[in-house]
Design a protein around this ligand. Structure first.
Ligand code: G4F
Length: 329
């Protein structure tokens, strides 16, 4: 029998790479998709149109985190061995504007899912995508799995609630449940309103004469950026262990937004000084500081380490935006 995985957030960056990773390992993959008026499935379209894959080893089901009946129905129908919970409103800046729906989906949505998993007739291994944003302004750097959370955004606070609930259900109810504490991870499939993709898209568009300038918020902000393809490998590895634990997934290296700008613009032969300007609209009410991860546990217990470096990632992301090369993601 093929192992079965169910993914919430399958249409996102991580969900699409995880789907490819699991299909490549012989899994039957099921995904939860929201029924909305726009069909946002572009990251899965290459699989969706493949008759040997879609309907055979890949299946999509309509359900919603804020509609528990639909989600329970999918869980009971699929009866997965592994459940990857990746769905949620994932834009930190936006969470200041829509805090209630962010918490409803990210915090309460995860609790609802845990309650359903607890009631399932067959045990399922659950992976929950936590975030470095939970550390906010941490007292120590780098952070590990024992570093206290001090979120500074509604998104970070919602993730803390969800992550702590996963820990509680693991300890109190004996669920096999794992939190991955994921630092920023990017790829050509990153959403367009995250800073790396925004910069890489702009650099390529300016190079091709489709755009003139790029407006950014705080370019001195620093993050620990890795490649999403490395991080989904970590998600899968974390569910293959005998004992469920939480894991940090991080590169361990800090870079600034300015570093992203310089690499992206240089990779298409442009002087960033001629095109980049600051726009206060993109500044946030609060910024985390010193978010850099110590992935020693993942390295020691899972054999995980990132394979794709920062410069390679930003260069690939920029090249993928060059329509003239026919490489657009
Ligand atoms: O790319 P960002 O929007 O990512 P952020 O806020 O760090 O959150 C991402 O990573 C978290 C950790 O893994 C995830 F939990 C979360 O879901 C998401 O995936 O912003 C990165 C930095 C920030 O400091 C932001 O203020 O870039 C700064 N920035 C400067 N100008 C900008 C901009 N960010 C955006 N999105 N747009 C700008 O124009």
């Amino acid at each position: 029998m093929r192992p079965k995985a169910l993914i919430t957030g399958i249409t996102g960056q991580d969900g699409s790479y995880l789907t490819e990773w699991l299909l490549g390992r012989g899994y039957e993959v099921h995904g939860v998709v929201r029924r909305t008026s726009s069909l946002e499935r572009s990251r899965l379209s290459h699989l969706y149109v493949d008759a040997a894959v879609y309907g055979q080893s890949l299946h999509l089901h309509y359900a919603d985190l804020d509609d528990p009946t639909t989600l329970r129905r999918v869980l009971l129908r699929v009866v997965p061995d592994e459940l990857y919970h990746l769905a949620g409103q994932s834009h930190v800046g936006l969470s200041f504007d829509i805090p209630e729906s962010t918490c409803e989906m990210t915090a309460m949505g995860t609790l609802r899912l845990l309650e359903m998993v607890r009631d399932l007739p067959k045990p399922v291994r659950l992976f929950h995508a936590g975030s470095s944003e939970m550390f906010g302004r941490p007292a120590v750097s780098p952070q590990n799995e024992d570093t206290p959370f001090q979120p500074v955004s509604p998104y970070g606070a919602a993730k803390v609630f969800a992550t702590q609930m996963v820990r509680i259900y693991r300890e109190a109810h004996g669920l096999y449940a794992v939190n991955g504490i994921l630092y920023n991870h990017e790829s050509p499939r990153r959403g367009e309103n995250f800073v790396t993709r925004k910069i890489c898209r702009a650099a390529a568009a300016i190079h091709e004469g489709r755009q003139r300038e790029l407006s950014l918020g705080d370019t001195s902000a620093r993050r620990d950026w890795g490649d999403a393809r490395d991080y989904v490998r970590g998600m899968w590895l974390s569910l293959q262990q005998e004992v469920p634990r939480d894991y940090i997934f991080a590169s361990g290296v800090l870079h600034s937004v300015q570093d992203v700008v310089e690499i992206a613009f240089a990779s298409v032969g442009l002087k960033w000084q001629e095109h980049v300007r600051q726009d206060p609209r993109f500044l946030r009410p609060a910024e985390p500081t010193n978010l850099v991860g110590d992935a020693t546990r993942a390295n020691t217990l899972l054999g995980w380490k990132p394979e794709i470096g920062f410069e390679q990632l930003i260069t690939e992301m920029t090249r993928a935006e060059l329509t003239q090369d026919g490489l657009a993601a």
